[in-house]
Design a protein around this ligand. Structure first.
Ligand code: B12
Length: 309
């Protein structure tokens, strides 16, 4: 038997196993459930790529949508209760089991979601997206991704040369300074910033607020916004940063805001809008909301716990 025969035999057996798995399948699509993120947000293949995957073993198949949600268990004791629970949460409940283990497709979906989360952390934001968004790229004191992940403080500082460059080449004293950071999810930046930033800038313009040079900080953590504030002295600083990805979404962005922040400030001085992604607060809506929030910070001269919304 040559390699090709062997491969087709293995694929045939897997296909057979998958179809037998169907009734107790943990991947029963949850239709309108907000938690089911289709492949594109996870960087996986889009459904039409399944043509290239005749055995039906790819991620496109794992994320296939179904308008009629199926129960996750073969014979649930309370199907309606289970359906209500599944519609109310993005958690993996009622996934069923195959003996002592997860059903085959639930296991594959877990692996796919986990891989997408890993990719979100370990890949870099594409330079084309940074350029298209009109962001000026700089880098934190972290020399590479490994150092950034192992030593969080490196992502909260600039080296002297970068600090000098920011001070020289960026507008200082604006009312609002926008900072975008990869943080822990480049996917979050790539998926949300292209829609969020134009809505945000438009909103700030509508409020007649002046805006500093928007920056992209590679290997940036939340607190790096305070360094930017120290260098450019804006009233409000916004940090749009990729959140730590999980198994529900790998593409969620947060916006941290400070009024007159400064290096070393307390965390309680920060306001945060989290879960910006397609199934949370959609990016264009978030952009408009953050513009309104920026105005509020300026009017009340407060952020974090001092801000009364
Ligand atoms: C990881 C995490 C934490 C970690 C942060 C440590 C770390 N470096 O990983 C720990 C466990 C310390 C934490 C604590 C808290 N967290 Co928290 N956290 C998260 C989580 C899961 C991811 C944040 C992230 O990825 N940041 C990006 C990375 C790159 O940032 P970083 O620079 O490495 O770390 C900074 C931020 O994570 C930030 N941070 C984390 N949580 C919070 C909460 C607030 C209010 C602020 C201002 C900052 C902040 O502090 C870190 C140090 O500067 C989010 C969930 C989400 N969907 O965003 C919740 C989340 C941001 N946290 C939340 C809350 C409520 C808290 C606490 C107030 C809980 C408490 N009652 O004590 C504290 C406050 C911490 C603080 N800094 O003041 C809420 C905020 C709700 C809101 N909109 O106000 C979120 C959205 C979770 C939720 N859905 O409820 N958190």
């Amino acid at each position: 038997m040559d390699e090709q025969d062997l491969e087709s035999l293995v694929r045939g057996v897997l296909r057979d196993l998958l179809s037998r798995d169907e009734p107790s399948d943990g991947l029963a699509p949850r239709g309108a459930s907000p938690g089911v993120a289709p492949a594109p947000d996870r960087g996986g293949p889009t459904p039409d790529q399944s043509e290239d995957d005749p055995a039906g073993l790819g991620a496109a198949d794992l994320y296939a949508d179904d308008p009629q949600p199926l129960p996750g268990l073969a014979v649930p004791a309370d199907p309606e209760g289970l359906a209500r629970l599944r519609a109310a949460t993005t958690a993996r409940i009622g996934v069923g089991r195959a003996g002592p283990r997860l059903p085959h497709r639930a296991w594959l979906r877990f692996r796919a979601d986990h891989a997408a989360a890993m990719d979100a952390v370990f890949t870099d934001v594409s330079p084309e997206i940074i350029a298209a968004a009109g962001l000026t790229p700089v880098q934190s004191a972290a020399p590479d991704k490994a150092a950034f992940l192992m030593d969080p403080d490196l992502g909260r500082a600039f080296d002297a040369a970068t600090a000098a460059l920011i001070k020289q080449s960026c507008r200082s004293g604006a009312q609002v300074q926008v900072v975008v950071c990869d943080g822990l999810s480049s996917t979050a930046v790539e998926n949300n910033v292209p829609d969020l930033l134009p809505a945000l800038l438009q909103g700030l313009e509508r409020h007649r607020l002046s805006v500093g040079t928007p920056l992209f900080v590679k290997y940036g953590r939340v607190r790096i916004m305070d360094e930017v504030t120290g260098l450019l002295d804006p009233e409000v600083t916004l940090n749009l940063i990729g959140e730590r990805p999980g198994l529900v979404t790998n593409a969620s962005l947060s916006c941290y805001l400070t009024y007159r922040g400064r290096p070393g400030m307390a965390e309680s001085g920060r306001t945060v809008l989290s879960n910006i992604y397609r199934d949370g607060t959609p990016p264009a809506e978030a952009g408009a909301y953050i513009a309104d929030l920026s105005l509020k910070l300026i009017q009340t001269k407060a952020s974090g716990l001092d801000l009364k919304l």
